[in-house]
Design a protein around this ligand. Structure first.
Ligand code: EPZ
Length: 419
């Protein structure tokens, strides 16, 4: 079993290169099968991508990787049921529902995998498919989605779901007529998919807005895109810089994509220098507490809620953190408390925690429960006195490309150990 060990309080200085966004890449690869041959640049090298590689080839398409370039050729694509094993490998397996439904008017798969941070239902995906004319049934635990034809529809999402927005997009590109998605997610990852689909010949408008319109087409061909920089990876390393940075440069960043984070950090008194495509961070002697409330984009991203909580333990005063997107995204808190943090739930509101700082963190043996909890524990370990051991790190390695290497290159004493 692999564990991570970190000797904390080392100065972080130098440059960290941000890679392609995990949450973009995992939707672009299923989207690629809608065309005959499509190319995607800047694909991160993480296990989630390997899982999608397997599924794509299982379906009969070819998946050629050359460095960060991926070419998907779909002439051999078959409408096969996505197996239970494949479905469970990651949350994003469910994008093959929309892609296969769009291409073949039929899709079969099981409930997707993903981090245990909530129930994470897919009702908005399925109701979107039904509004396009599909029938959704269950055969045991397997979803069967079928349509004689798909007809454009006016779909109003109860919640601005990223996954549902993208999945409905994938199913609608071949539908007859116009589809409108209202209260659509506006995360940059959705825009990346829209650009990709349009590069294949799709007709999608409304990028970066909450109303997306899709004019169905008869065929798609080609397709070329570049995965946008990972705003969550960038935010994670910016937080590391606020805790321990000395001229720490976070390179290949789209500042607009993480404005909600940098605004909050500036309110705390952090020293950030923001340039066109990179940010330089320096630790400051003291940080002010703040209130963090997670919301759909452009609000504060839920994926940085657990990482920023580690920083808030070092702020001088009491901060509040409210998690509005997932019902079980505080599993990192018990381990931060074990390391010396002072964190309590806010009365009977189980969506809010009170973080009372600043408290010195002491190294300990902790466990990763989900991807961003793992990132939070790494940040805590980087700032703790002593050597922290982190177990169950598979969660982290699946979502952060070369995280150990990137941190070591800027001075962190962090390494993997096989035990
Ligand atoms: C994507 O998940 C990301 N994952 C998540 O990142 C991210 O936290 C989330 O978007 C929000 O930004 C990927 O892109 C692979 P949602 P997704 O649909 O699509 C409820 C990470 O750490 N909901 O916006 O699953 C759901 O229960 C991961 O990288 C329904 O009720 O997010 C949840 O409370 C974690 N019904 C909320 O919406 C539905 O049909 C957010 O879900 C769909 C969602």
């Amino acid at each position: 079993m692999e564990i991570i060990k970190i000797k904390g309080r080392k100065k972080l200085t130098g440059t960290i290169e941000i890679g392609g966004a995990k949450n973009s890449a995992v939707s672009l690869i299923p989207a690629a099968v809608l065309s005959d041959e499509a190319t995607i640049f800047n694909v991160p090298d993480i296990s989630d991508i390997k899982a999608l590689h397997e599924i794509t080839e299982y379906l009969g398409a070819s998946f050629e990787r050359d460095g960060d370039k991926v070419i998907v050729k779909s002439e051999g694509l078959e409408c096969k049921p996505i197996t239970l094993e494949h479905s469970k490998k990651l949350r994003a397996s469910y994008y093959f529902m929309g892609a296969l439904l769009g291409k073949f008017k039929h899709a079969e798969m099981y409930f997707p995998g993903g981090c245990s941070i909530g129930a994470r239902p897919i009702d908005l995906h399925l109701s979107g498919f039904e509004k396009l004319g599909a029938t959704v049934s269950l055969d045991g635990d397997k979803y069967i989605i079928d349509a004689d034809k798909l007809v454009g529809a006016d779909i109003d999402l109860r919640f601005a779901s990223v996954g549902a927005t993208i999945n409905i997009l994938l199913a609608a590109v071949y539908a007859e007529g116009k589809t409108i998605i209202r209260n659509a997610a506006m995360e940059p990852e959705v825009g990346n998919v829209i650009d990709f689909l349009n590069s294949m010949g799709a007709k999608v408008t409304g990028k970066d807005t909450s109303v997306i319109e899709i004019e169905g087409v008869q065929s798609l061909s080609g397709g070329l895109t570049t995965v946008i920089p990972d705003r969550i990876e960038a935010g994670t390393y910016i937080l590391a810089g606020v805790m321990n940075g000395e001229d720490l440069k976070i390179d290949h960043v789209v500042p607009e994509h993480i404005k909600s984070l940098t605004d909050i950090l500036e309110k705390m008194g952090a020293d950030l220098k923001i340039y066109d495509d990179y940010i330089v961070v320096n630790k400051v002697p003291s940080l002010k507490p703040v209130n963090v409330v997670t919301e759909p984009y452009p609000g504060f991203p839920t994926d940085l809620q657990q990482p920023i909580t580690s920083l808030l333990t070092q702020a001088d005063g009491e901060s509040l953190v409210t998690e509005n997107i997932y019902e079980n995204r505080f599993q990192n808190v018990q381990y931060l408390v074990q390391m010396g943090a002072n964190i309590e739930f806010d009365g009977d509101d189980d969506r809010t925690i009170r973080v009372k700082g600043s408290t010195p963190l002491i190294a300990d043996e902790v466990v990763t429960t989900d991807l961003r909890a793992g990132a939070a524990l790494i940040l805590a370990g980087l700032c703790a006195e002593g050597e922290t051991t982190i177990k169950e790190i598979k969660h982290v390695l699946r979502g952060y490309t070369k995280i150990i290497t990137k941190l070591r290159q800027v001075g962190a004493e962090i390494y993997l150990e096989d035990v």
